[in-house]
Design a protein around this ligand. Structure first.
Ligand SMILES: [Zn+2]
Length: 170
């Protein structure tokens, strides 16, 4: 191996080390891995990728627009954890591509949903929970190959889910 090849190889190794360090650093600009995983032992590359994509493409613009920190109440869930808290069996939280956010002061889940629509970011499912049902905003984006399904729902106090028409909240 000549010096030039060796040099190129060394550069590639340093570059890759740096890239993987940056990737591990944090998901998106405003979030941390401890917010994604309650137990860091649950981390997988696949869940990291889903969480990073959700954070960067969907949550960062929302956080930036609201201009205040948003509290994560639930992000990735292991199957055991999801079962323990009564989550639905096929919950998107099992992938890392779904998050529950508590509203910032002066905001509520419906207003945050409206802000996501206004920002034009992709999502598969947004559920705005009434205060009686936790008041959080559930956001799923699984970065599928097809277009995002953009389902927009409201969870009213009496239970169930109703469509939150984009035109109704635009
Ligand atoms: Zn959720």
């Amino acid at each position: 191996m000549d010096a030039r090849t060796l040099g190129a190889l060394a550069f590639a190794l340093v570059f890759l080390a740096g890239a993987s360090r940056r990737r591990r650093d944090r998901p998106g600009k405003f979030w941390s891995w401890s917010e994604v995983y309650a137990d860091q032992a649950d981390r997988t590359m696949e869940a990291d990728a889903y969480a990073s994509a959700l954070a960067t493409v969907v949550l960062d613009p929302l956080r930036e627009s609201i201009g205040q920190p948003l509290t994560v109440s639930s992000w990735f869930r292991s199957a055991a954890h999801n079962k323990a808290i009564g989550g639905v069996e096929d919950s998107h939280h099992l992938t890392g591509g779904a998050v529950d956010l508590l509203p910032a002061p002066g905001w509520d889940a419906v207003r945050m949903a409206r802000e996501l629509v206004r920002l034009g970011v992709p999502f598969d499912e947004v559920i705005a929970y009434s205060p009686e049902r936790g008041g959080h905003l559930h956001v799923t984006w699984l970065q599928r190959y097809g277009p995002p399904t953009a389902e927009l729902l409201y969870a009213p106090p009496q239970g169930g889910f109703v469509q939150l028409g984009k035109e109704a909240i635009a």
